[in-house]
Design a protein around this ligand. Structure first.
Ligand SMILES: Nc1c(NC[C@H](O)[C@H](O)[C@H](O)CO)[nH]c(=O)[nH]c1=O
Ligand SMILES: CC(=O)[C@@H](O)COP(=O)(O)O
Length: 168
């Protein structure tokens, strides 16, 4: 399984609204995820408005994503967080519940939700994914977001939805 970053998608020239929902827990790492995601988004989607919402821990991410999607203003949500495995099963419970909820929200609202709520073994794994460049998951999130905004624009162009509001 490749852990390296996927190539950059093409630049999105249109306006779009993107929202980052990130947990604060393990702040040194989650702050770095957010910073990397914003830098990459700014390059790939220069016309996008980027909102950032911070929640206490990874478990709180899905409900905040739900609140954002309920407003129907956003083209893509990036969920960013870091769970470091402890001694109990708590980390796995959070990881699978967050994963299931994010996918359910994306499909239910038909809006891409990018999943970079990471579950790692230790700070070494966290460092290489949140702070170092080679496999930075904040940048990966931004690339996936730009790719999905492009995919949705293509779908809209080839199969216009007459019920859809004109602008987001
Ligand atoms: N241990 C980690 C947590 N734990 C906190 C939970 O996410 C949650 O805030 C709490 O259970 C209250 O509902 N969160 C992380 O994001 N990362 C961790 O390593
Ligand atoms: C994911 C957590 O909240 C976790 O760090 C808790 O640690 P432990 O499993 O040792 O209670």
């Amino acid at each position: 399984m490749s852990t390296a970053l996927q190539p950059k998608p093409r630049i999105i020239g249109q306006k779009a609204r993107v929202c980052i929902v990130a947990s604060k827990y393990n702040e040194k790492f989650t702050d770095a995820l957010v910073e990397n995601a914003i830098e990459e988004l700014t390059e790939l989607m220069p016309m996008a408005r980027i909102d950032v919402i911070r929640v206490p821990g990874a478990f709180e991410i899905p409900v905040a994503v739900a609140a954002v999607l309920a407003r129907k203003e956003t083209n893509c949500v990036l969920a960013l967080g870091l769970v470091i495995r402890g001694d109990t099963h708590h980390a796995d419970l959070i990881g699978s519940s967050v994963t299931d909820s994010l996918q359910q929200l994306a499909v239910e609202h038909v809006v891409p939700v990018i999943h970079e709520v990471l579950l790692v073994e230790d700070e070494k794994q966290a460092y290489s994914r949140c702070i170092a460049a080679t496999m930075n998951r904040g940048r990966e999130a931004a690339r996936a977001a730009a790719g999905m905004v492009d995919v949705f624009a293509e779908i809209e162009k080839s199969m216009p939805n007459p019920d859809k509001k004109k602008t987001k």
